[in-house]
Each structure stands twice: as C-alpha cells, then as structure tokens.
Design a protein around this ligand. Structure first.
Ligand SMILES: CC(C)(COP(=O)(O)OP(=O)(O)OC[C@H]1O[C@@H](n2cnc3c(N)ncnc32)[C@H](O)[C@@H]1OP(=O)(O)O)[C@@H](O)C(=O)NCCC(=O)NCCS
Length: 180
C-alpha cells in the first residue's frame, strides 16, 4: 500500500465495488462531471472496467483510497494514460461524498505524485478538471501543479458545455511533503 499522511492507496477489493458503484457511479451528476462521457446505468455483477480492475492492462493503475487510520474506504485514485516514452501520465480521483472537504483529496494527489515520480520515474503529471471544481483545482495547486491552459467548452456536462482547466507538474518542480 502507498501511504500519504492521511490516506492509503491500495488495490481494489471485491467489497469496494458495491460501495463505489452506489456512491460514485450511480450518482448521475457526480459521474457526469467526473468521467468525460455520458452517464449510463451499470448492470449489477457486470465487469465494468471503471470498477473491476484487470491487472493485465498496462497504462492505467487504479487504486482504492482508504483512511490510514482504520482502513475505511473513501474513494478511488488513478494514474492513467501512462506514456513510458514521454514519461508522462494523467491523474484522477474521486472521493465518497462524506469524505470530501477534509483534506483527503490534497493528500491523495500528493500520494499519486509520489507514485508517478518516484515509483514510476515519470517526468510530467497532468490533471484536467472542470473550471468550477475549486476543490480539485486547490488540491492540485497545493501540490505544486500549475495551470497551463483552459480548454474552452471542452466538456458536455448535464446540458451545457463547460471549460476544463489543464494543470501540469514536472518532476523537478515537485517538492514532496510541501503543501504550497
Ligand atoms: C475534488 C476532490 C477529489 C477534492 O478532494 P477534497 O478532499 O474534497 O479536497 P480537500 O479537502 O483536500 O480540499 C482542497 C482545497 O479545496 C478547498 N475545498 C474543498 N471543498 C471545497 C468546496 N466544496 N468548495 C470550495 N473549495 C473547497 C479546501 O478548502 C482546500 O483549500 P485550501 O488548500 O486552500 O485549504 C473531492 O472533492 C471529490 O472527490 N469531488 C468529487 C469528484 C471530483 O470532482 N473529482 C475530480 C474530477 S477531475
């Protein structure tokens, strides 16, 4: 397990799936804002690749996020789009509603940076998020990510086009443990 200050990033367990499905993926607004695609219902028991991890798939590393103190499941974190030639990847995360706004997101980003830069030897990490997602923008900026641009009207979300902000962090600019 990867350990941050408050969170642990571990493998997906079978027991995690119904909780993540109910609290993240069955929530139409949350799923529509987070996924970059249309929400659709998931058949119970199906091998939805967003939930059921295939360890053979390269290029995506999905984690379940737990509280270090007690091990309660609080969300998901993913390193995706791993490009071993350009040594770059994207990060994404989603916390259960009851676990938001408590500093966990900032710590998840820090822990994903450790995984990307130290464990995987990457040079660049990238985040795309809706321009109104203050909590995600702050979680990224607190870890040293800088805004590199705005992708205007790039996301169709619940009846409207929204802007996305692109943030990047380079290995040489990353200061482990520092919260800017
Ligand atoms: C985005 C998300 C991962 C952030 O994690 P979090 O644990 O809620 O964020 P934190 O508690 O670490 O807060 C980070 C910062 O955002 C601020 N913040 C938190 N919730 C906020 C809110 N609802 N509105 C405005 N600011 C907020 C905090 O005050 C903190 O700011 P600071 O560093 O200046 O003190 C989490 O809210 C979430 O899972 N949201 C739904 C899914 C999602 O949007 N995922 C990202 C898709 S790209």
């Amino acid at each position: 397990m990867l350990k941050g200050n408050k969170v642990g990033l571990r493998a997906r367990h079978e027991d995690d799936i119904p909780v993540l499905r109910a609290e993240l993926y069955d929530d139409v607004v949350n799923a529509s804002r987070a996924e970059g695609g249309p929400w659709r219902p998931i058949t119970p028991g199906s091998k939805d690749p967003r939930l059921v991890v295939d360890d053979k798939v390269q290029g995506v590393v999905p984690f379940s996020v737990v509280e270090l103190d007690g091990g309660t499941l609080i969300g998901t974190a993913t390193l995706w789009g791993i490009d071993n030639h350009n040594r770059a990847a994207h990060i994404g995360l989603g916390l259960l509603p009851s676990s938001r706004g408590k500093g966990y997101g900032t710590d998840v980003v820090a822990t994903l940076c450790h995984y990307g830069f130290i464990v995987r030897g990457l040079q660049r990490l990238q985040i795309e998020t809706l321009s109104d997602n203050t909590a995600m923008l702050r979680s990224a900026e607190r870890n040293g990510f800088v805004r590199e641009g705005v992708m205007r009207s790039s996301a169709w979300v619940m009846g409207e086009f929204m802007d996305e902000v692109l943030l990047g962090l380079l290995a040489q600019d990353w200061k482990p443990g520092s919260k800017v």
